[in-house]
Write a protein that binds this ligand. Structure first.
Ligand code: SAM
Ligand code: MD0
Ligand code: SF4
Length: 364
């Protein structure tokens, strides 16, 4: 039994966290209890246990993901998103396959462990060119670079997932945002819940690893968060995330405030207790450097949304924060990791992790 001095008065919380430290994840009822337990002592204990589990599984090393938002056009009207079709504010651009290749080349030289290629559901790419540009860029990247690739293109037909799988694309990222169907319908307006959920299930069947995620600060209850933590487990997602809403100009949620960072930290810690050996990102894209350390201390083991400067690329929740000042780079964040006694992991270790997970997928 691992010993951590949990100075908390609530015996039930001590029992739940103690069991988690021994590798036994809380039951859904226990997680509900934990999610509602208040107090600085409970928070610190949760983060301490989550961090301990993270280091037991991944050591004092972080994986780093590069981010290439290659098309900001979108046919959807997600309530929270800056890039929703009807918003006149965001810059709209569509990078060519060559431009994406160049950006990935720069990220590769930085030493990132994975390139995340993301787009809005761009009608030109989806409907006019039938996803061919995505397939082409993935093929080229896999040919030119020895680099793991994640694709975040929104919902795509199964046939496209089959192609992506055969090209060797490693990950399909598609966030449900919430697993409460009513709340989902208000967030992803006009996008059927099942179609989105089935796209992830389809990707797993094609041998592609999957990331699911939730948004916080959109009107969810504590129970909704707990349900999501378990739904993501049921699906079998290899990477799970929680991001706080960044209210965007020109969207229906413009007047909201961001949820407290503590909510995000608690969600990350809860995910870590249940998804002990899965990947959990701390995104630069929510509030930049300042929140990165806190998210890591709550149990995250991947830094996402590293963006090469001067290529005119944008973030999702933070469209331009720190990009052209080169802070959103590996060099920019490494000193902050060092302050926590952490360092970047190696691409070899990342690939070994992917290999193990893919082999497990094939067995199932
Ligand atoms: N268009 C694709 C899609 O929606 O699946 C790919 C983009 S996806 C990676 C964008 C994600 O960023 C959303 O799923 C959401 O979780 C997150 N996001 C978008 N707008 C946000 C905001 N204003 N604040 C925080 N997170 C946001
Ligand atoms: C991030 N801006 O990691 C990215 C994005 C898409 N797969 C991820 C939300 O924060
Ligand atoms: Fe489009 Fe994705 Fe934004 Fe929704 S979240 S509006 S699908 S870019």
């Amino acid at each position: 039994m691992v010993k951590i001095n949990l100075e908390i008065r609530d015996e039930k919380v001590v029992g739940i966290l103690g069991a988690a430290l021994d590798g036994r994840s809380p039951s859904i009822g226990e997680l509900r209890y934990l999610a509602k337990a208040q107090g600085a002592d409970v928070n610190f204990a949760m983060f301490q246990v989550a961090r301990n589990l993270t280091e037991r599984n991944f050591g004092k090393k972080m994986f780093l993901y590069g981010f290439v938002y290659f098309s900001t056009y979108c046919r959807n009207v997600c309530t929270f998103c800056y890039y929703r079709k009807v918003n006149a504010n965001p810059p709209r651009y569509r990078k060519s396959v060559d431009e994406v290749l160049k950006a990935v080349g720069i990220l590769e030289k930085y030493g990132i462990h994975l390139a995340d290629l993301t787009m809005g559901e761009d009608p030109q790419i989806c409907e006019v060119e039938h996803y061919e540009p995505i397939l082409k860029m993935c093929r080229q990247i896999k040919k030119e670079y020895d680099l793991p690739v994640m694709i975040s293109p929104g919902v795509v037909p199964r046939s496209v997932l089959t192609e992506l799988g055969s090209i060797g694309v490693d990950w399909y990222a598609l966030y449900q945002e919430t697993h409460n169907r009513n709340l989902y319908a208000r967030m992803r307006v006009g996008q059927p819940y099942e179609v989105r959920a089935e796209a992830r299930a389809g990707a797993l069947k094609e041998g592609i690893l999957v990331e699911d995620g939730i948004l916080l600060g959109i009107g969810e209850t504590v129970d909704d968060v707990v349900d999501s933590v378990y739904e993501m487990k049921t699906l079998g997602a290899q990477q799970v995330r929680a991001m706080g809403l960044e209210p965007q100009v020109g969207t229906p949620l413009e007047g909201r405030s961001s949820p407290p960072i503590l909510d995000e930290m608690r969600a990350i810690a809860m995910m870590r207790l249940v998804h002990q050996d899965r990947l959990i990102p701390a995104s630069y894209d929510v509030d930049g450097l300042k929140g990165l350390e806190l998210r890591i201390m709550a149990g995250a083991n991947v830094v996402t949304s590293i963006i090469p400067p001067e290529l005119g690329l944008h973030g999702v929740a933070q469209a331009s924060l720190d990009i052209d000042s080169s802070q959103r780079t590996v060099e920019g964040i490494t000193p902050y990791l060092k302050r926590l006694g952490l360092e970047p992991n190696t691409r070899l270790a990342y690939k070994a992790w992917l290999g193990k997970e893919k082999a497990r997928l094939q067995r199932n």
